[in-house]
Design a protein around this ligand. Structure first.
Ligand SMILES: C[S@@+](CC[C@H](N)C(=O)[O-])C[C@H]1O[C@@H](n2cnc3c(N)ncnc32)[C@H](O)[C@@H]1O
Length: 281
């Protein structure tokens, strides 16, 4: 039975608590693939720069903040005037409050909040709303409509939402995700008074290959095999020098493919996940 919002909440309530209990230090909270990070983080920084989104000096909201992956991204690379993190699990907010309540030079705030709550009011308007790997966890159409309206309602004038989407031509349902098609995303944005401003493809193997359209005739599986192989390599016992070599080498392979394809193929058509920027219509 594919998971719905309540199942997702229960899952992450446990997952973030377990991670928090086990974590010796901040490094133990890092769970993302270093190759994905190596491609995605500079790409995101460039995107914010190109779009003149004031992640430094502006108000930034991270929705679905989890164990703080993007809170660390913003505190390590920018100096927002306000950095608010919200998540619908208490475990996440407890972890974030304990670890990031006092960041030098940045006002932080963490609140338990459900993006699908029709009465959501965070008391601020934001220059940037970061909503990473969250919207596809809201399969219920009514809750998704509310979530999109809440994003639009919390945008400052000229503010932007950045969301991770796959943008296939057909929607796909997996156990964990409702991967909405580019057409569904476009009309959901319009219904909430927003438009898609930019689509930026990220790495091919660091994330699910749900940008590949249609029924899986084996291609998604091939991408997953490569992704699995990369994980196997990085899980092997090796010294730091060899590990650094592999991370850099595999990042270069991804990066060269991505840059080659970006010159020739519309970013929306790439097999990868994308950073999708939404602005007021
Ligand atoms: C896949 S995790 C992503 C965590 C982090 N944003 C990242 O990219 O690594 C999804 C997060 O979104 C949160 N979430 C899902 N639905 C939500 C909702 N309706 N309101 C607030 N948070 C939600 C979950 O609790 C979880 O922390």
């Amino acid at each position: 039975m594919p998971l719905m919002q309540d199942d997702i909440r229960k899952h992450y309530e446990q997952a973030w608590k377990q991670m928090d209990d086990k974590a010796q230090d901040e490094a133990s909270l890092v769970y993302s693939n270093p190759i994905e990070d190596g491609i995605l983080y500079p790409l995101y920084e460039q995107l914010l720069n190109d779009m003149k989104i004031p992640a430094t000096g502006g108000k930034v909201l991270d929705v679905g903040a989890g164990s703080g992956r993007w809170i660390r991204f913003f505190t390590q690379r920018f100096t927002p005037a306000l950095l608010m993190g919200v998540d619908f699990t208490q475990a996440s907010i407890e972890l974030l409050k304990r670890r990031y309540a006092n960041v030098a030079g940045i006002k932080t705030a963490f609140r338990t909040a459900d993006l699908t709550d029709p009465s959501l009011d965070l008391g601020e308007k934001f220059d940037l709303i970061n909503v990473m790997n969250v919207l596809f966890h809201i399969p219920e159409p009514d809750r998704f409509t509310v979530a999109m309206k809440n994003l639009a309602n919390h945008l400052a004038p000229d503010g932007r939402v950045v969301t991770t989407e796959y943008m296939p031509r057909q929607s796909l349902r997996t156990n964990w995700m409702l991967v909405r098609s580019r057409y569904e995303m476009e009309s959901a944005a319009a219904a909430a008074g927003m438009r898609i401003a930019v689509i930026k493809a990220s790495c091919f193997y660091g994330n699910d290959p749900m940008g590949i359209d249609g029924p899986d005739a084996g291609l998604r599986q091939q991408f997953n095999n490569v992704r699995g192989g990369i994980k196997q390599v990085l899980d092997m016992q090796m010294n730091d020098q060899v590990r650094q070599f592999f991370v850099k080498f595999l990042t270069d392979v991804e990066s060269s493919m991505l840059n080659f394809c970006a010159e020739r193929i519309a970013e929306v058509d790439m097999p990868s996940q994308k950073l999708v920027v939404l602005a007021a219509a």
